[in-house]
Design a protein around this ligand. Structure first.
Ligand code: TYM
Length: 335
């Protein structure tokens, strides 16, 4: 990493499907922009992913693909750290310790657990329940200052701060208490067919609801063309216009325009023309990323080198915190 004085950014993404436009606009795009100012760690959260049953061959492939995508959006593995969570043993170790400093009452309040438990009623495992503790460990191991995430992770960040504060109040200042970084626009991209609910990469029942980062250009354009709007004709933001507001947000995020500028761009436009412009803007934004993804994903040796180097660098930092924590809780210290 370039400078020890820079603040630390940590974030991660699950390899639980091809990332969606929501993942990109809520998280990945900001990760790229924050690289200039911070020392960053970007993780592939494959330990989180197995809280839902996965096909092992597919999971391994998606893990590599997510690293390729991180590289394709411009994350720099030389200046920063790109790694896979399961390659750093400290994650499993700290998760156990932090489990002993987390109350069931706190975990019972997690809305994502409730949602996922409802979705996977046949597999409500203990990992799904303690998932936020594993996530807190990810962040705390690296003494992170800032965690860039979408709005759906806010509650997990809050519990992470509570766990860190609790541990620190018992043992002294062991962990940095991190701040969330949630973008103003793009923090909550909604489904195209159901703009009342967030766009989710693990959705399989309605593919038109989700734009995947690696969808072909014509597929992206068509999905956006089919997005639900309303019976009105006006292109403006409004709680009564969730579909249009969502498309305006998507447009702002990919063009870096403000909401006012976006509304202004479409004054007097019909919905058809509006949706075509949003689709074109998304396609153009994604094109270079998709091209680079193809290049990286064809070079497995390079991608695996990035993973291995990243694991080494991440382990070094993580072990420093883990050793401190083990000492604090009273594990043996050998002379
Ligand atoms: P995951 O893999 O579900 O999502 C990755 C990132 O994408 C954001 N996101 C969205 N943003 C805007 N609109 C949406 N529709 C949308 N859907 C998803 C998420 O907020 C997230 O930032 N538990 C995490 C992964 C994780 C992690 C961590 C994150 C593991 N350890 C430590 C931060 C720090 C998760 O499942 O994200």
């Amino acid at each position: 990493m370039s400078s020890e004085k820079k603040k630390v950014i940590y974030s991660a993404m699950q390899p639980s499907g091809v990332p969606s436009l929501g993942n990109y606009l809520g998280a990945l795009k900001n990760w790229k922009n924050l690289q200039e100012e911070y020392n960053c760690l970007f993780g592939v959260a494959n330990m989180h992913a197995i809280t839902v049953r996965q096909d092992p061959t597919e999971l391994r492939q998606r893990t590599r693909d997510l690293v390729s995508l991180f590289l394709a959006i411009g994350l720099d593995p030389e200046e920063h750290i790109i790694y896979v969570q399961s390659d750093v043993r400290a994650h499993a170790e700290i998760a156990w310790i932090l489990n002993c400093f987390t109350y069931m009452g706190e975990l019972n309040r997690m809305t994502q657990f409730k949602d996922k438990a409802a979705k996977h009623a046949d597999n409500i495992n203990a990992g799904l329940y303690t998932y936020p503790v594993l996530m807190a460990g990810d962040i705390l191991l690296y003494q992170s200052d800032l965690v860039p995430v979408g709005a759906d992770q806010k509650q997990h960040l809050e519990i992470c701060r509570d766990i860190a504060g609790r541990f620190n109040s018992i043992y002294g200042d062991v962990f940095k208490v991190p701040e969330p970084y949630i973008p103003k626009v793009g923090a909550r991209i909604m489904g195209l067919q159901n703009p009342e609910r967030k766009m989710s990469k693990s959705e399989s029942d309605n593919l038109n609801n989700v734009v995947y980062i690696l969808d072909e250009p014509n597929v992206i354009a068509n999905k956006i063309k089919r997005a639900v709007t309303d019976s009105d004709t006006e292109i403006r933001y409004g709680e009564d216009k969730p579909g249009i507001s969502n498309l305006l947000n998507i447009y702002c995020s990919v063009t870096d325009k403000t909401p006012d500028e976006a509304v202004n761009d479409f004054k007097g436009c019909g919905y058809g023309e509006f949706k075509k412009s949003v689709g074109d803007a998304v396609v153009e934004h994604m094109r270079p990323i998709q091209e680079k993804f193809k290049e990286y994903s064809a070079d497995r040796a390079y991608v695996e080198r990035v993973m291995q180097n990243g694991a080494e660098k991440a382990s070094y930092i993580a072990n420093k915190t883990l050793n401190k924590v083990k000492k604090k809780v009273g594990y043996p210290i050998y002379k």
